[in-house]
Design a protein around this ligand. Structure first.
Ligand SMILES: Nc1ncnc2c1ncn2[C@@H]1O[C@H](COP(=O)(O)OP(=O)(O)OP(=O)(O)O)[C@@H](O)[C@H]1O
Ligand SMILES: [Mg+2]
Length: 430
């Protein structure tokens, strides 16, 4: 199964959070979630309804501005939250204010006790207050720089990326052209140069990540033909050549197992599985490196689910795709994913290779998800006990909060120190 390149991280999600304000309450839909996806890998993200899977995907493709945390794609920061920095600034200011007030109160007391030394005390206090302010300003300015840099990356990541890509093309062809003398050859290379330069100038980073949406009915515009739906991304990118667009659409339809004749029809004329194929065609026409497939099969009949998963698997091999596969059911991702991350109420609670997670599930929530999977084995089915996860009964986090820790190489579990030791022992026994 492991056909991906472990050395090349394509997507890095770092402490990503997405909070929603619900009146006076804040819902932490995604709460400091971190994971990497390697090039060519299928990474399954699993958890029950409402745990924040879609929100994670949407934040990665920049539909939402994140509250905090970063996302790096091909080593470049494409998503950057600033709320943590803002809160840190507020805390530093508050702390400095408290220190200054304490100094002032101290000064007052000293002067009351020994009024003849007032001037001396005042000078001393002023020096201390100046030092507090200087320290505060230095800390705040570091954080303000981080905010400015986050805002810049969030806004200009594509522009900066394209500028670099175009520059690389320029340099490549300048070097080639400098060596040529034959007029005919020069013309030929120049034509190639222009073509490659144009491609580079259109290749936005964010279009290299495409999402396949959860609901194949709601995500396709009913008033657009299949051709218009599939080619929309290209048109937005500025491609105008109608013939080229049409050919690409036909090519995509065939790739996803539909036929040319489908191009002029409307979404309602298709079955659920076919609509999801249209959704997949719409994503892959952009030649993405990463596909975020948000529960692409959960709205489909079981018999159709396998077909769509097989299609994604074929495309992965043909196009060298990397896939973030979102599902609420572990059995769906088991055979398809190289690694799996389990989410519970906005938090990542366990992360391991697919085999390891199924062989040695450690977090009680993961174990409860596994206990819900029926297997076509009567003996197993007789013994299978379903149990539900009750965090209050399972953990005591009053003295120490959990963090994501590496219990065995590549196997991460959200736990505190006590649980960490317990989990390590469990793995040793196995
Ligand atoms: N735009 C929004 N505004 C406010 N709350 C939101 C928004 N989007 C999602 N939420 C809330 O955030 C939480 C996570 O939602 P999300 O859609 O990411 O869950 P999910 O894991 O994809 O669930 P499902 O399996 O049902 O698709 C839910 O409680 C949801 O109600
Ligand atoms: Mg969802």
């Amino acid at each position: 199964m492991e056909q991906y390149n472990k050395d090349e991280v394509l997507l890095e999600v770092k402490e990503l959070s997405q909070y929603f304000k619900l009146g006076r309450r804040t819902l932490k839909a995604v709460n400091h979630v971190s994971f990497n996806i390697h090039k060519g890998e299928v990474f399954g993200l699993v958890g029950e309804s409402g745990c924040g899977k879609t929100t994670t995907g949407r934040t990665i493709i920049k539909i939402y501005n994140p509250s905090t945390g970063d996302v790096f794609f091909k080593g470049r920061r494409i998503v950057a939250g600033i709320q943590d920095y803002r809160e840190e600034i507020a805390a530093i200011r508050k702390e400095a204010r408290a220190q200054i007030n304490a100094e002032k109160a101290n000064l007052k007391e000293l002067i009351e006790k020994t009024p003849e030394r007032e001037e001396e005390y005042k000078t001393e206090a002023n020096q201390k207050i100046t030092a507090i302010c200087e320290e505060r300003n230095a800390k705040v300015s570091v954080l303000k720089e981080k905010i400015a840099s986050a805002k810049h990356d969030q806004k200009y990541c594509d522009k900066d990326y394209i500028a670099e890509e175009v520059k690389a093309v320029d340099e490549k062809y300048e070097a080639i052209l400098a060596k040529l003398t034959n007029e005919e050859e020069i013309l030929k290379v120049k034509a190639e140069y222009q073509k490659e330069r144009k491609t580079a100038s259109q290749k936005r980073l964010v279009t290299q990540i495409q999402m396949i949406f959860q609901d194949p009915i709601a995500s396709l515009n009913p008033r657009m033909t299949v051709k218009d739906i599939i080619s929309e991304g290209l048109v937005i990118q500025g491609v105008k050549d109608k013939k080229f667009i049409e050919e690409r659409v036909y090519e995509m339809l065939e790739l996803v197992g539909l036929v040319r004749d489908h191009a002029d029809r409307y979404p309602h004329e298709f079955s659920g599985g076919q609509r999801q194929r249209i959704g997949i065609a719409r994503a892959i026409i952009m030649n993405p490196e990463l596909i975020i497939a948000d529960e692409p099969v959960s709205a489909l009949d079981v018999s159709i689910q396998a077909q769509v998963i097989n299609l994604l698997n074929e495309l992965r091999e043909k196009m060298g795709l990397t896939i973030l596969f979102v599902a609420h059911d572990l059995s769906v991702v088991k055979y398809f994913s190289d690694r799996i991350g389990v989410m519970y109420y906005g938090n990542l609670v366990e992360l391991a290779t697919s085999d390891e997670l199924f062989a040695h599930p450690l977090h009680p929530y993961t174990r409860s998800l596994l206990s819900a999977i029926p297997l076509p084995d009567p003996h197993y089915e007789k013994q299978r006990k379903r149990f539900s996860y009750n965090p209050l009964a399972e953990h005591n986090y009053q003295t120490e909060q959990p963090t994501l820790r590496e219990v065995a190489p590549g196997h991460f579990v959200s736990c505190n120190t006590e649980e960490f030791e317990k989990y390590k022992k469990i793995l040793e026994k196995n």
